[in-house]
Design a protein around this ligand. Structure first.
Ligand code: FES
Length: 110
């Protein structure tokens, strides 16, 4: 399997199902390539801007994992909307285990 199914739910509750998300790309690359509202990726994936903020469904957190220290610091920039299940999607590389993953796009806070 080199492609997986990922669902983004944008700020208005609209679901965008991406059936052919390439394994090995980041979630941010996939979101921007598919025009997911609310994912800007302004720093190009450098973990510096906080404009790719998403919430991971609790059922998927053990698969996706937790942010590292650098991501944790960048998430502090979006403290107004940060939750325990926040991640920056430029720091999530899609794997085959993520087939069926569903995430919610955080409201912009920057
Ligand atoms: S794209 Fe800038 S932090 Fe993710």
């Amino acid at each position: 399997m080199s492609e997986v199914r990922i669902t983004f739910v944008d700020c208005r509750g609209t679901e965008k199902v991406i059936e052919d998300a390439p394994v090995g790309d980041t979630m941010m690359q996939i979101a921007t390539a598919n025009g997911v509202d609310g994912i800007l990726g302004e720093c190009g994936g450098g973990c510096a801007c906080g404009t790719c903020h998403i919430y991971i469904d609790p059922e998927w957190q053990h698969v996706v994992g937790a942010p590292d220290d650098v991501e944790d610091m960048t998430l502090d920039m979006v403290f107004e909307t940060r939750k325990p299940n926040s991640r920056l999607c430029c720091q999530i590389t899609v794997s085959e285990k993520m087939d069926g993953l569903r995430v919610v796009v955080a409201p912009e806070s920057l």
